[in-house]
Ligand binder design. Structure first.
Ligand code: ASP
Length: 348
């Protein structure tokens, strides 16, 4: 069925640089409200869309982002799901990739665009990248194909000129406008004179199932970055935490770690106790292959699950999501070995 009404977009402003302005007296960045925001982006009036906005009160720096805020965003989207054609989330860049990944799991079978964007320079500044990012995100959130269906019914990040699958992105630059990359999955669209969509790469919801939001996240996990010279006493202290349910091992290369018997024993013991171990690489591009070297094989033998080519952001949030469901260890391992939201490439 073709949509005939004017597109309606809900902007959800959570915080971050994009919605800040420099206080002329102190020079510090401060948040400003939606009316001020509109003054800085008069172009918003030129869209033939209904654009409403919801501000987080108070807006947060994304370094303060937490699962409870992901739940808040997911609830807003679910409550307003029927009232809008698309959602644009304004967010700080620091943890944007975590939020995008979390929402991609929490908004199961989403059928509408959820585009997350932000900026490196505040929207009130002359050379801001915020305007471009915001205006193009709105256009993408409202775009429909020839059948009248949303072009991008996925959780994505739009930044600079690329639209990327949210759960494939990582922040890679603290100052350049090209702050995000999706190393292991191609961009879903490029914005130049035209916005060119790679329609064959874009996920579509299963029409036989409803949109199904989830709100339970369990954060009893930690990330352990492997490095040369790691000391047993230090590592033991963190791995002995009560309540620990999952450990993400950030390993070398294709999934390797030093061959230390104490490390193997500790990991084996954790795994036998029901703690989920997931092996992801410290490299930005490529996948984990634990049986390639002895140094990786030992992790497989200790019970580690393959994180394949996932980003750390995606593994952290996927585990929180799966642990939040209270699934058995076997079920979690099975789902870690399954692509559930386009987050991982698994070649059997
Ligand atoms: N610290 C800010 C944040 O992530 C940086 C930004 O928005 O780019 O909220």
């Amino acid at each position: 069925m073709k949509a005939t009404h004017e597109p309606s977009i809900l902007l959800i402003y959570t915080g971050g640089t994009i919605g800040m302005i420099e206080n002329p007296e102190t020079g510090a960045l401060e948040n400003f409200d939606w009316d001020q925001f509109r003054q800085y982006v008069p172009e918003l009036k030129r869209f033939n869309y209904r654009i409403d906005a919801l501000m987080f009160g108070p807006p947060i720096d994304s370094s303060d982002m937490e699962p409870k805020y992901w739940v808040k965003i997911a609830r807003i989207i679910s409550e307003k799901y029927d009232a809008y054609d698309g959602f644009v989330i304004l967010h700080g860049t620091d943890t944007m990739a975590f939020t995008a990944s979390a929402l991609s799991f929490m908004l199961e079978n989403v059928g509408k665009p959820v585009i997350i964007t932000g900026s490196q320079l505040p929207i009130g500044q002359l050379r801001t990248d915020g305007k471009e990012n915001l205006l193009t995100s709105i256009e993408i959130a409202a775009a429909r194909n020839a059948e009248g269906q949303p072009m991008v019914p996925e959780v994505c990040i739009f930044f600079e000129n690329r639209l990327m699958r949210g759960n494939r992105t990582t922040k890679i630059n603290t100052e350049g406008f090209n702050a995000f990359r999706s190393f292991n999955f191609p961009s879903l669209a490029r914005a130049g004179i035209h916005i060119k969509y790679e329609t064959h790469l874009i996920r579509r919801p299963d029409p036989t199932r409803p949109f199904c939001p989830h709100y339970l996240m369990d954060n009893n996990l930690l990330i352990l970055t492997i490095f040369p010279g790691m000391r047993r006493e230090m590592i033991d202290t963190i791995l002995q935490q009560k309540g620990l349910k999952a450990v993400i091992l950030k390993t070398f290369g294709s999934g390797n770690a030093p061959q230390k018997p104490w490390l193997f024993d500790r990991l084996r013991e954790l795994s036998d106790r029901g703690v989920i171990l997931v092996n992801v690489t410290q490299c930005s591009t490529g996948t984990v292959e634990m049986s390639r070297y002895e140094t990786g094989l030992q992790l497989l033998q200790a019970g580690a699950v393959n994180g394949y080519d996932s980003t750390v952001e995606s593994v952290v949030t996927k585990l929180m999501f799966l642990l939040g469901h209270n699934y058995s260890k076997d079920r979690i391992i099975e789902l870690m070995n399954t692509d559930i939201a386009g987050e991982v490439t698994i070649s059997h």
